[in-house]
Design a protein around this ligand. Sequence first.
Ligand code: F2R
Ligand code: MG
Ligand code: MG
Length: 313
Amino acid sequence: MDDTSRIDKARGLLFGLALGDCLGAPFEGRSGVTEADIIAMQNGTDLLRHTDDTALALVLARHLSRRLGGTPRTATGRIDADVLALEFAEAWRAEPWRGYGGGVTKSFELIVAGTAWREAIRAVFPDGSFGNGGAMRVAPIALVGGDVREVAELARRSAEVTHAHPDALHGAVCQAVAAHLALELAPTEPVRAREFVPPVRQAVPSPLWEDKLDRVVELAEQEADPAEAAAELGNDVSAPASVPLALLAFLRHPGRPDATLRFAIRAGGDTDTVAAMAGALAGAHSGYTALPSHAVSRLEAAKDLHLYAEHLA
Ligand code: F2R
Ligand code: MG
Ligand code: MG
């Protein structure tokens, strides 16, 4: 892949994530959302404001950017967990109104007050959160991990500073590995669910995740609509009931990021996050130039998204 394509795909991944978050957020929890509702939002004139999904993805992208030069090219060298936990918590402190989950808010309060993150993240949920917060922000990892094994390890490390539950970690790994594979595919290459999903499935060895991903392949092949997809896979704030749905949204409309985003949003529930994850996959595959340009130009974080895409590409 040449430098231009690499940068276009890196931009596609980050802008796709932010665009999904911004377009999905106004529809969170709403039923009966139509294609026309989403197109009206896409074609509007207002600044597109992001939520916690993009805010924390930007923190992770900045963390990875700062550690690119001079650090060992190993998974452990690319993420300093103690620093990253504090950076996430500081982002929450600066903008607590971005729509954070209840459990993670309590963890961040404790971290900024000086509690060690390993203790803080079990204060609300002793077994750890199974929320999709680790997965919603993980996509930048795909830009720095060299192969599936490294991407999976980095994804786990980036997620575990807020989410200790195995399902939250599987969610982050699933999304990061899918984003890595989407980056590797040429935009013109066909994406077949039966070929795309197996390496993702292998990275999340758990009966629950294996079943969900098998169902994703079936639903992609049956050309399921958003309502059926949500009923089968779930569409809530937990990782197992949102990450597979985002992957399906990508696989239902490969090469058409705007259609992927509309599928994710019409599936309802946690629309900002499902669309953010689906948008990252679609953008990583098709590139920035394939995203709807009028909407992309209105993204609140456009300057930072460009900056980190160029650094991490
Ligand atoms: N929080 C939201 N959306 C709710 C409404 C926001 C509102 N519109 C506003 O603007 O204020 N969105 C964001 O939260 C999700 C990511 O959540 P994260 O970071 O994983 O947080 P948390 O708190 O750890 O988990 C979320 C909820 O999941 C349930 N939960 C998690 N683990 C649990 C466990 N072990 N036992 C029981 N319940 C558990 C809880 O209800 C948590 O609050 C994204 O959608 C992001 O956009
Ligand atoms: Mg959000
Ligand atoms: Mg959400």
